[in-house]
Design a protein around this ligand. Structure first.
Ligand SMILES: *Cc1c(COP(=O)(O)O)cnc(C)c1O
Length: 230
């Protein structure tokens, strides 16, 4: 797809590539959810993609999502917004109000606060546990060696509805090793959902069992760098 294609043309292209990757892996296309990652893009860029029928979207910052999504959801009440970025405990209340799925549970303090807030709001969202499969110090996620115990605590102590695991492989490594590791940990816990694969590697992720691929730039085009975090 060239840079002049529209977001809806690129969406169709990504959908076709997902279907092809599913076929190649002997999987049903319907078992794979495309999350269109709309971070940094304004509501006017998201609207045509919603109008084209896309319903799952990903955002990585609570504040940015709060500025865009309440109005979009009014127009499209069946839109499902996934939080795919790190969550600070002081933003848990707004996150539970706004998001429908949380992909980034990675520590007990956060798990506890999420559980408490979900009870308070009566909104029991499905969550993914993020695993730092590359053990990168700067990256969020529970270390692979701690994942088993953490998943159990999320379920049994915090009472969260853990539906699957999520990872972001290191940029310069073969992603399939990370996808395979994530799948192996998920299987041990009978977790059916795997959030893995981005614009450059979603086909490989599908080969390795991804149920949720998070695709941003291949749909919305290149992102300008976000303003620095405070
Ligand atoms: C930005 C982002 C994506 C999408 O990245 P692209 O390379 O634009 O597809 C996927 N997952 C996470 C966690 C992200 O932050």
């Amino acid at each position: 797809m060239n840079d002049h294609a529209s977001s809806t043309e690129r969406l169709q292209d990504v959908q076709a590539r997902i279907a092809e990757a599913a076929r190649a892996a002997n999987r049903a296309t319907g078992d794979i959810t495309l999350i269109a990652v709309s971070k940094t893009f304004p509501a006017r860029a998201i609207a045509p993609v919603l109008a084209a029928g896309q319903r799952h979207f990903g955002e990585n910052r609570v504040q940015e999502a709060r500025e865009k999504w309440p109005a979009l959801k009014e127009e499209y009440p069946d839109a499902i917004v996934h939080l795919i970025g790190p969550l600070q405990t002081n933003k848990v209340k707004h996150a539970v109000q706004l998001f429908d799925v949380i992909h980034t549970v990675d520590r007990d303090k956060l798990a506890g606060e999420l559980a408490k807030e979900m009870n308070r709001q009566g909104r029991h969202l499905p969550v993914f546990v993020q695993v730092n499969t590359g053990e990168e110090p700067q990256k969020a996620g529970v270390a692979p060696g701690e994942a088993d115990a953490f998943i159990e605590r999320c379920r049994n102590e915090h009472g969260l509805n853990v539906v699957g695991l999520m990872c972001i492989p290191p940029v310069n490594e073969e992603p399939s090793l990370h996808f395979a590791l994530l799948r192996k940990i998920a299987t041990r816990h009978d977790l059916k959902q795997l959030s893995m694969g981005m614009s450059h590697d979603f086909e490989t992720a599908i080969e390795f069992g991804a149920t949720h691929v998070r695709v941003g730039s291949a749909i919305f085009g290149p992102r300008t760098p976000p303003p620095s975090r405070t």
